[in-house]
Each structure stands twice: as C-alpha cells, then as structure tokens.
Design a protein around this ligand. Structure first.
Ligand SMILES: NC(=O)c1ccc[n+]([C@@H]2O[C@H](COP(=O)([O-])OP(=O)(O)OC[C@H]3O[C@@H](n4cnc5c(N)ncnc54)[C@H](OP(=O)(O)O)[C@@H]3O)[C@@H](O)[C@H]2O)c1
Length: 327
C-alpha cells in the first residue's frame, strides 16, 4: 500500500496509526478538522484533508485515490446518545457511502470498533469474536451501531473490524488520571471487589492495524486485540506505581458514592455543555466486574504478537507523560 487515509488522525489512536504507517513507508493522508490539534502527527509529513465525519460531502475528496482507510474518528464522551450516534454510527455510514461512490476499488478498510460494543465479559471467560453483544452504556451502544454498519458494508467493501479493549500509551489523557493519583500516592477503586480488564498498548494496536491492512485473509473478519493476558485494576495501579517507584494506597469508593459523583459530574457537563468521560451512564461500564477478551484469533490468523507487556507499556507511557510535563 502506498497511501492510507486515517480518520481521527489527530486523536490518540489515530496519531499512533499515522506514526506506524509513516514508519513503514506508507504515506498517511489525515482527515482532520479546522480545529484539530496536530501535535502528534505534524512531524510525520502527513497529507492533510479537511473534513468532518458528520458531513458526507466533505468525505468524498478524502477517500479518493487512497489504497486503504483506517477509520479511527469517534467520540468517547458526549452529552447524549444522539450525540454519540451522530459520530460513532452515522459517521460510519457517511464514510462507507463516500467510499462506495468515490473509491469502490479501495483495497482495505480497517474499522476501529471497541470492546464496549460487545459488552462486558460474561461468566465463562474472556470475550471472543462472534459472541452475543450486550453493551451497557450509550458509548457502547453507539460503537455497536457503527460496528453493525461496518458489517453491513462488508459485502461491497473490503472491511476488517478491529476491536480493542481499553487502549493506553503516549498521547492518551484517559489513563493520565490514574497516573496522577498514583503519583500522589493513592489509587481509587469502585467498591472492594476485584475488577478485571484486558488492555492494549497503543503501539501494539497500531501494529495490529498494519497487520489488517496487509493481509488478504483479514477481509470480512473481526478481530479482538489485547496484550495477551487479563489484568486486575489493582495490578495496573501497581504497575503504574512501579514505573514511578511508588506504592499507591488503594482507596475503595462505595458504589453509591460513585453513582452520586457521576450524577453530579453529568449535571455539570450538561450545564457547561462540555461532555465528561465519567457520567452516570458511563458509570455502567465502570461497574462491570470484567472487560476481558482474547486476541487468539488475530494471533493465529494474522500472525500478530503483541510486543508490549503491561510493565513495559506502562513504563513507556510514564516516561512520555513525564517528558511532556503532564505529571
Ligand atoms: N481510547 C481507547 O481506549 C479506545 C478503546 C477502544 C476503541 N477506541 C476507539 O478508537 C477511536 C479513537 O479513539 P481515541 O481514544 O483516539 O479518541 P480521541 O483521542 O478523542 O480521538 C478521536 C478522534 O476523532 C476525531 N473526531 C471526532 N469527531 C469527529 C468528526 N465529527 N469528524 C471528524 N473527526 C472527528 C477527533 O478529531 P479532533 O481532534 O478534531 O477532535 C480525533 O482525531 C474511537 O473510535 C474509539 O471509539 C478507543
């Protein structure tokens, strides 16, 4: 592949995809908005195309003449289900329609879904591809709607769906809160029970994207991608502590208090018009005992092996945060 369009290129995941493409000699074309910050991609000589995923006409020029597309644009916080749907679902229809109209011969499209679209793991172990889907938040429901739109276009476009669990690494601000707390000597947890999660380091996710762009076998398939073993949040906080030579004290917050806090945060978000990552609806995701999944299929079929253990990924993330003076 010579040229690949990345939507959401100015974001956390998109930024890593742009860097991985450029490092592998593939020219990234970046769909960005006039307001997008280009800090993470500007050094990689990207071709910029201005457009908005919610504006179909703006996508036609973007998709023309590229060999592949990586669809990362999405919102991870919004004030309502409608707002989530407009970008995470309708945005996918707009992009794939533009592609059918202007570049039906595109060689590969990688659609970035989310484990929240499939829902928390049910008893019996980590989630696998093809299991029943049962999202528990507005975000998860909008990602499932987008996932289904990608599936509905698989008969006409060479789409691969990649399903990451929580992603962490340089550029990310979601995990920064955990690092900041640990830096002050504590780690918050909701309730006393142990909660489990699969994670993927952003550079490994970007490598999985390259594997999907590269493999003919991937077309029409969906792949979960994680770092090889499930983690408890206690273990994640300990790894963060280890990276900064600190031993955080775990502070369990009673779920009722978390509900009250999330309600207040949600009200403040509506009042200011600025969506929050953690509100009453999103709390449903945080309250689940387990968000684990298995990347056995992508490892087997696309010969993918994650290179980052939790310890290595957390250390690299910490050094990056420190270097940026974020901590
Ligand atoms: N982060 C995770 O843990 C995680 C886990 C699983 C799946 N995902 C998925 O990965 C994708 C990227 O997430 P992220 O964490 O990188 O989020 P992010 O840092 O907030 O980046 C989102 C990107 O989407 C762009 N975008 C948002 N609305 C847009 C619109 N209307 N038109 C064009 N571009 C728009 C943003 O552009 P601006 O810079 O202009 O705002 C930004 O580049 C999302 O689809 C998300 O659901 C993320």
């Amino acid at each position: 592949m010579k040229k690949v369009l990345v939507t959401g290129a100015s974001g956390f995941v998109g930024g890593h995809v742009v860097q991985a493409l450029a490092r592998n000699g593939i020219q990234p074309r970046c769909l960005v908005r006039q307001t997008s910050r280009l800090d993470y991609i500007k050094d990689w000589s990207p071709e910029l195309v201005f457009g908005d995923i919610t504006s179909p006409a703006s996508l036609e020029t973007a998709v023309e003449g590229v060999d592949g597309i990586v669809h990362c644009a999405g919102v991870i916080r919004a004030l309502s289900l409608e707002e989530f749907m407009r970008v995470n679902a309708d945005g996918c229809s707009n992009l794939y329609r533009a592609c059918l109209a202007k570049n039906p011969a595109v060689r590969r499209i990688v659609h970035i879904s989310s484990l929240t679209a499939l829902g928390p793991s049910v008893a019996g172990g980590p989630t696998k591809e093809g299991q029943d889907r049962h999202p528990v938040s507005n975000y998860g429901n909008s990602k499932l709607a987008g996932h289904r739109i990608a599936e509905a276009h698989m008969d006409r476009l060479p789409i691969v769906i990649l399903i990451p669990p929580a992603v962490y690494g340089p550029f990310d601000r979601t995990f920064l809160g955990l690092f900041a707390c640990v830096n002050k000597g504590f780690a918050l947890a909701i309730g006393r029970e142990e909660r489990w999660a699969s994670l993927i380091f952003a550079k490994d996710l970007a490598r999985a994207v390259l594997a999907c762009l590269d493999s003919e076998k991937a077309v029409g398939n969906e792949y979960l991608v994680e770092d090889g073993q499930p983690h408890t949040w206690r273990e994640v906080a300990a790894a963060v502590g280890q990276s900064m030579h600190k031993s955080p004290v775990r502070i369990p917050i009673p779920p009722i208090l978390a509900k009250a806090a999330s309600t207040i945060i949600g009200c403040a978000a509506r009042w200011t018009g600025k969506p929050a990552f953690f509100d009453r609806n999103r709390l449903n995701d945080f309250l689940q005992p387990s968000w684990t999944c298995s990347s056995a299929k992508i490892c087997r079929e696309l010969d993918f092996t994650p290179q980052y253990t939790l310890k290595r990924g957390i250390e690299e993330t910490y050094l990056w945060y420190k270097d940026q003076n974020w901590l």
